[in-house]
Ligand binder design. Sequence first.
Ligand code: SF4
Length: 225
Amino acid sequence: MGIKETIKALEVIGINELYLSRKLKEEKVETKKEKQEDRKELLKKLYEKWKDCTRCDLHKSRTQVVPGDGNPYSPLVFVGEAPGEEEDRQGRPFVGRAGQLLNRLIKEVLGMEREEVYITNVCKCRPPGNRKPTPIEMRACSPYLKEEIKIIQPKVICCLGATAGEGVLGKSLKITKVRGQVFVYPFNPKIKVFLTYHPAYVLRNPKEEETLIKDFMKLKELISQ
Ligand code: SF4
């Protein structure tokens, strides 16, 4: 007998509804807990599959593959370009100066903690000298990002910089023209893609900080819609 039929049958013989509601609630909480473990587990398995990856030349100079980091149930995923020196050393994305600025914006503009969002990169290995990843490297690494997004199913993907936007949308673009705009994720039309500057660019061009803050305010609106 299904849950609906069971509820009806019990109601007929006068079984306490409150007890039933609590029981169902407990089952729901349990299922949610199991689901959360599932997503963490899936991301762990994904990392295990890629941690010794040699699909592109970036494996030759990296210290380690840097996987995404954060809440796998977040409605918001940030995507950057690739790990830098500090990220390559620590094995976590956005932990350098650009990461500090990102953390500040997450807290002060979005009103969230870094742990509440998920942060990753288009390429999971550091390009030598922090150069931009090549299209070949981005293509080689794209299944990893695609799989991460499929597991997390966020409401919004926020691309930080042109390279991130290109990696997510699969087309070349000029960030000065498309920043602040909303696109549709090519592999799932329910997911919105928002583009803004990379925090590292803003650190080099402090006059753009105001634009970045405005974009984050728009991002906040998008998440709450
Ligand atoms: S950047 Fe991606 S594809 Fe290239 S070696 Fe690292 S994990 Fe593999």
